[in-house]
Each structure stands twice: as C-alpha cells, then as structure tokens.
Design a binder for this molecule. Structure first.
Ligand SMILES: [Zn+2]
Length: 268
C-alpha cells in the first residue's frame, strides 16, 4: 500500500522543492474535457487496472509537484493545446496541417497529417510528459500503471532539463539542445471528426509498449524500439499523426482493447 503524499514530500519532477501544489491534473484538462461535456455524458469512465471508475472530473492529485514545475507543465500544455488540439480540425488552419495518403491505414483515404507550424521538440516533450505523469501518479486510475523505472527516470531528466518557465526560453533551449532529447518512439492516432468515447485509460501492452487513450486520441509508446519506424514519431523526424475516420475509430482495435477491458471488469 502506497503512503499518501503530503506537502512535506519532494516534487517528483525537480526532486528539489517541496511538492506543495494542489490539484495537479494527471492528463491535461483539454485532453479529457470532451469526455465530460459530450452529448449526454454526465460521467467519464476511467479505466484503472483493477476497476472501472465513474468520475465527474478528470483525475487530479495533490502534492506531486512544486508550483514552479506545475507552471512549466502549464506552459508546454498551453502551447500544444493552442497550436495543435485547438486547430487541427478547424478549417481556418488547414494550411498548417497537410494531410497525405501514406497507406499506413487500411483506408483508401489520406491517412497521415503533417503539422507544419508546430515546434516539433515541444510536441515530443508534451507526449513524453503525459505518459510520465500517468506513470508517477498513484491516483486510483493510474496506480497500477507503471512504465519501466529506467525509462521513467530518463523521461524525468529530459522533462526537468528541457521544460522552462517561459515559452520563448523553452523553444530556444529545445532548439539549441535538440540532439539531447531522448529518442523514444510513439505514434499518435486521432480522427478527422471528434468522437466522444467517454474513456480515459493507460495500459501496459506487451514488450515495452504502452497505450494511452484519452477520448479522441490514442498514443502508443514503444520504448524498446530504437529505430525509425513508419508511423512512429521520434525527435529528429517530421511529425506524423495517423488519421482515421470516426467509424474506423469506433471499430478500431484500440477501442476493442478498451471495450474488452470494460467487459472484463463489468463481470467482476
Ligand atoms: Zn519541482
């Protein structure tokens, strides 16, 4: 049984200041808000390893970080929210998101989006930050999810070194020291339209792979694979977002994984 964290504990990111910050979101609110505001959805289902949990807000936890580290996450998240999540389905910004057919999916349609006005280093740091936070959190929903401890520490070091208190400084530092960002592979899949799945979850898949699922985005991390693989992102490579139709999304194997877990837990 884990001991509950208190304000006397040390910040899990900088390992320096007291972790006095209350209500830290584990996943940023913009990733999960549709879960709660969707048609008729009064609750989201958060799927932890031991149970399915009904909640009315996204998971938050006290005493994980110091206020300064919380601020650093916020700067990174605000940038990614504004430049990516708030724009890519908005036709006013279509020139910033070129969509081509690469044949990664089974569809006969364009299936890969290439964001061309996003700072790529910040994009990578953002996706590293969310899996790291899910791993370090002992909130009910995430408590049994854990990435490999060595990989968790590599991510912490990268995030702690690269994330800054100011956006201009963050971009400048990342640009200058780009080659030092650790190269973990991850794929991002989403839909042309915005589906409401009502589910948030993280899972250990086999062989060093992890799945993070938040409403309309699915991220597969492959921390064992060290090579460039089509469909995966890694620092130093142009960003590719895998795009599928809403019906494909609903029938997608990621949904199948989630649905299977739900059924399994319903039986218990
Ligand atoms: Zn800190």
């Amino acid at each position: 049984m884990l001991l509950k964290r208190t304000k006397e504990d040390i910040c899990l990111l900088c390992l320096d200041n007291k972790a006095t910050k209350l209500n830290s979101h584990i996943l940023p609110k913009f990733l999960t808000k549709g879960v709660l505001s969707g048609t008729g959805n009064k609750h989201a289902f958060l799927i932890g390893a031991n149970k399915r949990q009904k909640v009315q807000d996204t998971p938050k936890q006290d005493y994980l970080f110091c206020p300064s580290c919380e601020k650093r996450f916020e700067i990174l998240e605000t940038y990614i929210s504004n430049k990516f999540f708030n724009r890519f389905r908005n036709t006013a910004f279509k020139d910033e998101f070129v969509i081509t057919k690469e044949g990664y999916s089974f569809m006969n349609e364009p299936d890969v989006m290439h964001p061309n006005s996003i700072d790529e280093n910040l994009f990578h740091l953002f996706f590293y930050s969310i899996i790291w936070r899910a791993s370090i959190s002992d909130h009910d929903v995430y408590s049994s999810f854990k990435i490999d401890p060595d990989q968790e520490e590599i991510l912490r070091l990268s995030l702690n070194i690269f994330m800054k208190n100011d956006l201009a400084e963050l971009k400048k530092y990342c640009n200058h020291s780009q080659s030092e960002i650790h190269k973990f592979n991850y794929s991002v899949t989403t839909c042309f339209t915005k589906p409401i799945s009502g589910y948030i979850g993280v899972y250990n898949l086999e062989n060093g792979r992890y799945l993070l699922y938040a409403n309309s985005i699915a991220v597969v991390y492959d921390f064992k694979e060290t090579h460039n693989v089509p469909g995966y992102n890694r620092p130093g490579k142009k960003i590719e977002i895998l795009m599928i139709t809403e019906s494909a999304w609903q029938n997608h194997r990621l949904s199948t994984i989630v649905n299977t877990l739900i059924r399994w837990r319903d039986v218990e």
